[in-house]
Design a protein around this ligand. Structure first.
Ligand SMILES: Cc1cc2nc3c(=O)[nH]c(=O)nc-3n(C[C@H](O)[C@H](O)[C@H](O)COP(=O)(O)OP(=O)(O)OC[C@H]3O[C@@H](n4cnc5c(N)ncnc54)[C@H](O)[C@@H]3O)c2cc1C
Length: 426
C-alpha cells in the first residue's frame, strides 16, 4: 500500500530517527533565534554554535518538515539558471560572488556529512543533467561550455555513454557534473540538526513562531508555549513560511513537485539503472528527475501535486515514464509517494532580505536548495559573527515583492503539469 502522500514518503521510512527535541516551554534568551529547521536554518545554527554563539532554533513542526525532507536529494553545484545568467542578472560583483560561493558548494555538504558522520546515503558520483530531445542537447552543451570555461569538472555525455551511465536510451546527450552527488535528504537534514545540537544549539520542534516583535533593541519571538528573546533573528522558512512574515512566501510562485518510489529492484535490473550512483534530472519544461536509493528502489519525480485530480494523473504518468525510460523493469509496484512545494522567483534566483536591524532571511531557492541552503546558512552565521558585512554578502539585500499574478500562475503550473502528464492519446 502506498504510504501517506502528505508525509515525507520513502525518506521518512528510510531515514534514521530525528534527534530528540522538545517544544518550547517558557521564556528563554539566546544570542540568535533561528526560525525554521531546514538546511538553511540548521546550517546557520551549526556554524553559529561552532563559533560559540547561543542559538535557539524554533521549528513549527519537526526537523526537515518543509522542502528539506521532501527533496530529490540531488546535491548540485551552482543555481538553477546557467552560470552566465548570474552575472547578467546580478552584475559583475554579486554575480561573481555567488558563482564563487556556489561553484563548488556540494563540497561543503560532503564535508559536513564527513565531519559529523551523518548517515545519509551520500554518493559522490556526480549528477547527470539529461538533455531531452535536440533542444535539450543544445542546452546541455551550452551549460557544459559555460562551466568548463570556469574550470568546473563537467563534461558532455553523448548518446551511447548516456545510455551506459543512465540505463535509458531516450536522451541524446547529458551533462555529467562530478562536483555533485546525492543524499537521502531527510537523513541529511536530521543529521544537520543533530550536529547543531551537539555543537550547543537548542532546537525546539512543534514550536511555531506566531509573532516577532522588537522589544528594547531585542527580538522577541513568541510560540504557543513560550518566547525567545534574542539579539538576532534569522528567518529560514522559505516556501513553507507560515504565520509570520508572509512576504517571504508571497514573493514566490509555488510549484508542487512529487516523487514515487518503486519496491527495491532485483540486483540484475538495478545494475542497469544509474550503475555508478549518479542522480539524474532532465531539461524538460515539466522537469523529470530519477535516482536510486541504497535499497535499490527507483525514485522518479516531476512537477505536480498528488491531490485532487492530479493524484491519479501524475501517478499513472510516473508508471508510464518509468516503463519508457527503463523497459527492462517490466511490471513494477510503486511503494511510496510524496510531494512538496518548490518556490520560484521571477528571475529564478534566491533572495537575501534584511527587513530590520539584526533580522535576516534567505528565501526563493527555485528547487536548488541543498548545497545553496547549507552554504548560505554558513554565510548568514559569518555575517552575524561580524566576519562579513551586509554589503559583502553573496546577494544584494532586497525587499520582498509580491510575485505578479501569483495565484493564477500557481494554478497554471499545476494544470500545465497535469496536461503534460496525460497519456499522449488524450
Ligand atoms: C519535492 C522537492 C524536490 C526538491 N529537490 C531538490 C534537489 O534535488 N536538490 C536541491 O538542491 N533542492 C531540491 N529542492 C529544494 C530544496 O528542498 C529547498 O530549496 C530547501 O529545502 C530550502 O531549505 P530551507 O531550509 O530554506 O527551507 P525548508 O527546508 O522548507 O525549511 C523551512 C522550515 O521552516 C518551518 N517554518 C515555517 N514557518 C515557521 C514558523 N512560523 N515557525 C517555525 N518554523 C516555521 C517549516 O516547518 C520548515 O521545516 C526540492 C524541493 C522539493 C519540494
Amino acid at each position: 500500500m502506498l504510504n501517506d502522500r502528505r508525509s515525507h514518503g520513502l525518506w521518512e521510512q528510510s531515514a534514521p530517527p530525528p534527534p530528540v527535541t522538545e517544544s518550547l516551554a517558557g521564556d528563554i534568551t539566546a544570542d540568535v533565534a533561528v526560525v525554521g529547521a531546514g538546511y538553511t536554518g540548521l546550517s546557520t545554527a551549526l556554524h553559529l554554535a561552532e563559533r560559540g554563539f547561543g542559538v535557539v532554533v524554533l521549528e513549527a513542526v519537526e526537523i526537515g518538515y518543509g522542502a528539506a525532507g521532501r527533496s530529490t536529494g540531488l546535491v548540485n553545484a551552482g543555481l538553477w539558471v546557467m552560470p552566465s545568467v548570474l552575472k547578467d542578472t546580478l552584475g559583475p560583483v554579486y554575480g561573481g560572488r555567488i558563482l564563487d560561493l556556489l561553484r563548488d558548494s556540494p563540497r561543503t555538504v560532503f564535508e559536513i556529512v564527513d565531519k559529523h558522520n551523518i548517515p545519509c546515503e551520500l554518493k559522490r558520483a556526480g549528477t547527470i543533467h539529461c538533455g531531452a530531445g535536440e533542444k535539450g542537447a543544445v542546452e546541455i552543451r551550452e551549460r557544459a561550455r559555460q562551466w568548463q570555461a570556469l574550470g568546473a569538472p563537467v563534461r558532455v555525455l553523448e548518446a551511447e555513454e548516456m545510455r551506459a551511465k543512465t540505463g535509458t536510451s531516450i536522451y541524446p546527450a547529458g551533462l555529467l557534473d562530478l562536483r555533485a552527488g546525492t543524499i537521502q535528504p531527510l537523513a541529511y537534514v536530521r543529521g544537520l540538526g543533530g550536529a547543531a545540537i551537539a555543537a550547543g544549539a537548542r532546537v525546539f520542534t512543534k514550536s511555531p513562531v506566531e509573532r516577532i516583535e522588537r522589544d528594547g533593541g531585542i527580538w522577541r519571538l513568541t510560540t504557543p508555549g513560550g518566547s525567545v528573546r534574542a539579539k538576532w533573528a534569522v528567518l529560514s522558512t522559505d516556501t513553507y513560511t507560515s504565520r509570520i512574515v508572509p512576504e517571504l512566501r508571497s514573493e514566490q510562485v509555488v510549484v508542487p513537485f512529487f516523487h514515487v518510489a518503486t519496491a527495491p529492484l532485483s540486483d540484475n535490473i538495478r545494475r542497469t539503472i544509474l550503475p555508478e550512483g549518479q542522480g539524474a534530472f532532465d531539461t524538460r519544461k515539466v522537469l523529470g528527475a530519477f535516482r536510486t536509493d541504497d535499497a535499490g528502489r527507483l525514485i522518479v519525480g516531476s512537477a505536480g501535486a498528488l491531490r485532487g485530480t492530479g493524484a491519479a494523473i501524475h501517478r499513472r504518468w510516473a508508471l508510464r515514464h518509468i516503463r519508457a525510460l527503463f523497459p527492462q523493469v517490466g511490471e513494477i509496484m510503486l511503494e511510496h509517494e510524496w510531494y512538496g512545494h518548490i518556490g520560484m522567483t521571477n528571475d529564478h534566483l534566491p533572495r537575501f532580505h534584511a527587513p530590520a536591524e539584526n533580522m535576516i532571511a534567505v528565501a526563493g531557492y527555485n528547487g536548488r536548495g541543498i548545497a545553496p541552503g547549507t552554504v548560505f546558512g554558513r554565510e548568514l552565521a559569518r555575517h552575524i559573527a561580524g566576519e562579513v558585512a551586509l554589503d559583502g554578502m553573496f546577494l544584494p539585500v532586497s525587499a520582498p515583492r509580491v510575485a505578479p499574478f501569483r495565484a493564477i500562475r500557481e494554478g497554471y503550473y499545476e494544470l500545465g503539469a497535469q496536461i503534460a502528464h496525460l497519456p499522449p492519446s488524450q
